[in-house]
Write a protein that binds this ligand. Structure first.
Ligand SMILES: NC(=O)c1ccc[n+]([C@@H]2O[C@H](COP(=O)([O-])OP(=O)(O)OC[C@H]3O[C@@H](n4cnc5c(N)ncnc54)[C@H](OP(=O)(O)O)[C@@H]3O)[C@@H](O)[C@H]2O)c1
Length: 285
């Protein structure tokens, strides 16, 4: 029997008692897909949490990589996301089941509404979010999704959803890196029992040449990517860096054997400049 490494990765409890691993692997379409990197992440780096979306176009390939890794489904945390083109009660339910079958799984550990805006004319964003969320609530009750959440939702989107629906989202996945720190949103989520998850933790590479990050990396003899990932983790933020390269996947996962001092955490906390490297939901009603 082959030896499979398991990463010593802490988890964060969701309001329904499930435990989400604080560190996972991103799979966005930006920069391409690497089967080799996913299998390597699972078998050699011990990563057990994978973040994907229908939008990324790699569900089938991911299913194949998971099957090639021979890691049992029950050992994995799989997050998938519903694209706004599939919003609406019936379309959402159908899209989730199709995504499950594309990936060859019976359930997702977490299923997110990807973006707060409706792409469908004649229906307000608020109405569409509420109708779609009703479908996610049912998928949750049926066990097709073990937890449900949202992505790119700001306080006003979450407040409206709270008024319109019964299950409070378990997670809100939002852009988060030293240049983009939505601390008021984080406080709101935590107050409401919503786990805050951060995406683009390396600011798609932009933060890796920042002089403060480089200085801290040198001090700890770590790489700039490891410093940024560790900073997210020490802030209690679930983080999902992406790489298509084996060496970087491994490097990014080696962040559980050191700790940043308070002064370095504060220095990284001072880098916020409101920059978005992905998309900005501020103007979505
Ligand atoms: N919910 C949403 O709306 C949303 C939006 C964006 C992202 N996400 C999720 O979050 C994940 C991560 O975000 P992201 O992919 O936008 O960006 P990211 O993880 O911040 O950065 C990825 C980029 O950094 C490079 N990189 C990775 N590790 C590196 C290292 N150790 N040294 C140097 N460069 C490194 C990668 O290139 P190589 O591949 O060449 O290594 C890639 O270009 C996504 O993949 C996706 O799963 C969600």
């Amino acid at each position: 029997m082959s030896y499979v490494k398991v990463l010593n990765c802490p988890t964060i409890p969701l309001s329904n008692g499930l435990q989400i691993p604080i560190f996972g692997l991103g799979t966005s379409h930006y920069g391409g897909y690497s089967h080799d990197a996913i299998v390597y992440a699972l078998t050699e780096c011990g990563i057990r949490h994978i973040d994907t979306a229908k939008r990324y176009g790699c569900e089938e390939e991911l299913g194949k990589a998971i099957s090639d890794s021979k890691i049992p489904r029950s050992d994995l945390w799989l997050t998938n996301k519903l694209w706004p083109g599939d919003y609406g009660y019936k379309a959402a339910k159908k899209a989730c089941l199709t995504s499950c079958s594309q990936m060859g799984v019976q359930y997702f550990d977490l299923y997110l509404m990807h973006w707060p805006e409706s792409l469908q004319p004649g229906c307000s964003n608020r109405e569409m979010r509420a109708e779609t969320w009703r479908a996610l609530e049912e998928l949750y009750k049926e066990g097709v999704c073990r937890s449900i959440g949202v992505s790119n939702f700001l306080v006003h989107h979450l407040e409206q959803l709270k008024e319109d629906c019964s299950v409070v989202p378990h997670v809100n996945q939002v852009e988060y890196h030293p240049f983009q720190q939505p601390n008021k949103l984080i406080d709101y989520c935590r107050q409401e029992g919503i786990v805050f998850e951060g995406y683009s933790p390396l600011a798609k590479g932009q933060v890796l040449s920042d002089p403060t990050v480089l200085r801290i990396a040198e001090k700890y003899r770590r790489t700039p990517a490891q410093i940024c990932i560790r900073w997210s983790i020490q802030n209690g933020v679930v983080t999902i860096p992406k790489s298509t390269k084996r060496k970087r996947v491994e490097e990014n996962s080696q962040v559980f054997d050191f700790r940043l001092d308070d002064s370095d955490m504060a220095a990284l906390g001072g880098l916020h400049d409101e920059r978005h490297v992905t998309w900005d939901p501020t103007n979505v009603e």
